[in-house]
Design a binder for this molecule. Structure first.
Ligand SMILES: [Zn+2]
Length: 156
């Protein structure tokens, strides 16, 4: 899955030692010289991480631009986690789970906003939820969608 869409994995034994991964039509096309299961897994994971880095940076910019309060752009890092989409440190560093890039864009925005709200409200208080409501009125449906997808997305 990538950005909420399912793609069929197509593995092609390539001649060159270089690994290439491309989205083509409804397929995620992998070319590698040695298409063993382990290699395919590694190549797919690498691709997901690359995409996550790019997509999250774009979405972070977009969510920051829409905030109704001012916030200096936080730093972001990726960390694969089994049961969490993201977290943030009091110093303002955002940690996002790279597997989140499999979810629809709306759900990614929700997670980013959730973490940004924690920079202002450090717990799940009433004030925290008020902040979420104000900045993303439909956040509950996005969260629900993400919860429903969690099992598929996190068990790769
Ligand atoms: Zn939270």
């Amino acid at each position: 899955m990538y950005l909420g869409r399912r793609y069929r994995l197509k593995v092609i034994a390539g001649e060159s030692a270089e690994v290439s991964v491309k989205l083509r039509g409804g397929h995620l096309e992998l070319r590698l010289a040695n298409p063993l299961r382990q290699m395919v897994r590694e190549a797919t994971k690498g691709w997901i991480r690359d995409r996550a880095r790019k997509v999250f940076a774009d979405r972070l910019d977009a969510v920051l631009a829409d905030l109704n309060w001012r916030l200096p752009a936080p730093t972001m890092r990726l960390q694969a986690m089994n049961a969490q989409w993201g977290s943030c440190s009091p110093s303002g560093r955002l940690t996002l789970n790279p597997w989140l890039v499999k979810a629809p864009r709306d759900c990614i925005d929700y997670v980013i906003l959730h973490e940004l709200c924690h920079l202002k409200e450090h717990n799940h208080s009433r004030r925290f939820y008020r902040l979420l409501d104000k900045n993303m009125p439909p956040w509950r449906s996005r969260k629900k969608r993400l919860d429903e997808l969690a099992e598929v997305i996190l068990n790769m």
